[in-house]
Design a protein around this ligand. Structure first.
Ligand SMILES: Nc1nc2c(ncn2[C@@H]2O[C@H](COP(=O)(O)OP(=O)(O)OP(=O)(O)O)[C@@H](O)[C@H]2O)c(=O)[nH]1
Length: 293
């Protein structure tokens, strides 16, 4: 039996969450078109006959601007020390640049195998993939190079096979049917956050945070979830609520559907928008929202 931990690193938006979602087959990591949306350290667990792969989805490695940024870099650095394999994920549609050099620098002293994953190959020609890989091979050597489409599932079985080949012999760390060790209320908060970011497009910043305040089963069998969406400014609160509350209603409806499929039960979702000034720079608030240092 093979088993171990895999950390996925890469610039924001290369498709790390999508990869995790496709492999694990459940919506457990937040996916969004905006960069740097993955904040909490999410583990996806893939179990098959050959063994178990435990994924640690790290926030995009980047230069910190806020305390939250520092936290994200800390999580990334720490998770690199604890894993058996690092997936260094890149986006074939984005040219090699400073962002990649920054990550390669961080990976310089990695003592575990580094796999280069070239993602989004569904968008380019085979020749473009080859040329792209050549540029990376000039930077360093990789234990494996796998070109994939996380969205379409292309070459993901191959990736899993190579991963299991490279993992050490080991036990099943988690029961077979566990998909994640994230507390359920964090998963729910991420689903709401995802919908809020997606539906408001670029109008609200990433300073959006969600906290599940209450989570209980009602006598009618439905699960009651009360959650607060935190904004930094009053003006942002208005955008999120929308005309006659329409935006908040849509966010709530779409998030509720996802939560219902996650929990496999009917859900009553009670959403509130609150303003909490400068929460990103406030350590107490960060702790309260589950981003622990
Ligand atoms: N065409 C195509 N799009 C993809 C693929 N993988 C991811 N995407 C898209 O790329 C965007 C970013 O994907 P995410 O999975 O959120 O990226 P991420 O690396 O987790 O982003 P952060 O959380 O910001 O670090 C989304 O719009 C995805 O739908 C792929 O294989 N092909």
């Amino acid at each position: 039996m093979k088993s171990g931990f895999v950390s996925i690193v890469g610039r924001p938006n290369v498709g790390k969450s999508t990869l995790l979602n496709t492999i694990i087959g459940e919506k457990i990591a937040i996916v969004s078109e905006k960069p740097q949306t993955t904040r909490t350290r999410i583990q996806g667990i893939y179990t098959c006959e050959r063994g178990q792969v435990i994924f640690v989805d790290t926030p995009g490695i980047h230069k910190p601007k806020h305390l939250l940024g520092e936290y994200m870099v800390k999580v990334s650095a720490r998770s690199l020390e604890e894993v058996d394999i690092i997936y260094y994920m890149t986006d074939v549609t984005r040219p090699f640049g400073g962002g990649e050099s920054f990550i390669l620098e961080q990976l310089k002293d990695a003592r575990v195998p580094v796999f280069l994953l070239v993602n989004k190959i569904d968008l380019v020609s085979e020749q473009e993939v080859k040329d792209y890989i050549q540029i990376f091979n000039q930077q360093r050597s990789f234990s494996e190079v796998v070109s994939i489409s996380a969205a379409c599932g292309t070459n993901l079985q191959l990736l899993i096979d190579k991963t299991l080949d490279a993992l050490p012999e080991g036990p099943l760390y988690y029961p077979e049917d566990d998909l994640t060790d994230q507390p359920i209320y964090l998963l729910i908060a991420e689903l709401i956050r995802e919908k809020a970011l997606m539906l408001t497009r670029d109008e609200v910043p990433h300073s959006l945070a969600v906290e599940v305040e209450e989570f209980k089963k009602q006598s009618n069998g439905k699960v009651y979830v009360r959650a607060a969406i935190y904004m930094e400014r009053d003006s942002q609160k208005g955008i999120l609520i929308g005309k006659k509350g329409q935006m908040l209603k849509t966010i709530g409806e779409q998030a509720r559907q996802d939560i219902e499929s996650l929990l496999d039960t009917a859900v009553y979702l009670d959403l509130w928008v609150k303003v909490k000034k400068n929460w990103r720079d406030n350590e107490g608030t960060l702790n309260q929202l589950g981003y622990r240092m």
